[in-house]
Ligand binder design. Structure first.
Ligand SMILES: Cc1cc2nc3c(=O)[nH]c(=O)nc-3n(C[C@H](O)[C@H](O)[C@H](O)COP(=O)(O)OP(=O)(O)OC[C@H]3O[C@@H](n4cnc5c(N)ncnc54)[C@H](O)[C@@H]3O)c2cc1C
Length: 355
């Protein structure tokens, strides 16, 4: 995979330019930092990153990491090289032996420092490992990452973004539109995204942010100008005493967004909204994100059908797919929230590798 390669893979081309929206960036590890017992920050640097970025904050900007495979002697195999301007490179890559081609995983840009002489981005990896100590290619790679290690990142081409705002770049899902009251909820994999979103918010934004993490040592510092109440939830330090994944998050969301009092009185089936169609999270990705919630989406006024003083609401929810699926059912069916107002994203699936 070469540094300046374009990454079409059915690549969406910017309608205003001939530039591809995404590029492949060859980078090396500049630094590794233990943030907490279960978070490890890896800083990636490279001159190729001069072409990286979106215009505006990175928010929940997702990128793909190409993780090299380990050879028998414990060194990493070189990543395969593709002509990424050729459509079909991704299918070709998929067809290769995973032991040789490496793995592709999705992560969030936590910080970017792209204006300096040597551009860098930070990615915060969750250190998740099973009872045998295996975490999957990305967690294993991050555990052993050291300065000088090379990988390839697939991310936004800033030249294509010259007339495209972060709000419509497809790697960013945070689209609150006119909402002034928000709900952010996620597990540890969503902490980098929620943190970056909170840091971008204006002072007049209100609401709640719930972040569920393995243990209290994983509570990280987040600064925000917004009037959003940030609540960290710790499942517990040891496996024996740990609460099940998503239980605390689900309870917190339910207490912040309760079922309206009239449900069950006015509706025959006791629901406030339609039953959302089922998603088999073992077979499919749960990814339901609305387009920007603006006046066109919510009606002619900023606040249709709502009492005076009520503010448009937007929720962004990400984490383990089964947990997110249950929260989707609760918010859409039991509470009756309009799906145009909520982004539901399964960031990973229990017992399933990303690819
Ligand atoms: C848009 C987006 C942004 C994301 N941003 C981040 C980020 O910034 N930081 C981050 O750490 N993750 C992030 N993730 C989640 C990350 O992509 C997955 O956790 C991914 O599966 C990790 O790859 P792996 O190679 O370590 O494990 P895989 O090979 O994919 O999975 C191996 C095993 O580990 C399990 N597993 C995977 N992730 C976890 C976990 N977190 N906890 C417990 N078990 C797990 C799987 O169920 C599977 O059984 C993001 C995902 C998406 C879709």
């Amino acid at each position: 995979m070469s540094t300046a390669s374009n990454v079409p893979a059915g690549t969406v081309k910017n309608q205003f330019a001939t530039e591809p929206m995404t590029l492949a960036f060859d980078v090396t590890v500049s630094a590794v930092q233990e943030l907490s017992p279960n978070f490890r920050r890896v800083t990636f640097g490279g001159y190729s990153l001069r072409d990286f970025g979106v215009h505006g904050g990175t928010l929940d900007l997702r990128i793909k990491l190409m993780i090299p495979s380990l050879a028998a002697d414990g060194t990493y195999l070189p990543l395969p090289v593709f002509e990424m301007e050729q459509a079909g490179w991704y299918q070709e890559w998929l067809a290769m032996d995973p032991a040789i081609r490496g793995s592709m995983r999705t992560y969030t840009v936590r910080y970017e420092r792209l204006d300096g002489v040597y551009p860098e981005i930070d990615v915060d990896f969750v250190m998740h490992f099973d009872s045998k100590g295996d975490g999957g290619p990305a967690a294993n790679w991050a555990l052993n990452a050291k300065p000088g290690d090379a990988i390839t990142i697939i991310g936004p081409n800033n030249r294509a973004a010259h007339c495209v705002t972060a709000e419509i770049y497809s790697g960013i899902e945070w689209r609150p539109g006119l909402a002034q009251r928000i709900l952010l909820a996620g597990d540890e994999t969503a902490v980098p995204a929620i943190s970056a979103i909170l840091e971008s918010l204006p002072a007049d934004m209100t609401g709640h942010a719930f972040l569920e993490v393995p243990e209290a040592g994983d509570f990280l510092d987040i600064k925000t100008a917004a009037d959003v109440e940030i609540t960290w939830l710790a499942r517990g330090a040891s496996i024996g005493r740990s609460r099940p994944h998503g239980q605390l998050l689900t309870e917190a969301v339910k207490s912040a967004v309760p079922v309206p009092g009239w449900v069950g009185i006015r509706t025959p089936d006791g629901a406030a909204g339609p039953e959302p169609e089922d998603v088999d999270v073992d077979q499919n990705i749960l990814w339901e994100t609305p387009t920007r919630m603006d006046t066109a989406a919510i009606g002619a006024t900023k606040n249709p059908g709502m009492p005076a003083g009520a503010m448009p609401f937007y929720a962004w929810i990400a984490g383990e797919a089964g947990v997110i699926k249950d929260l989707r059912r609760y918010l859409v069916r039991d509470v009756g929230i309009d799906r145009k107002q909520v982004a539901f994203m399964g960031y990973w699936r229990q017992g399933k590798a990303e690819l």
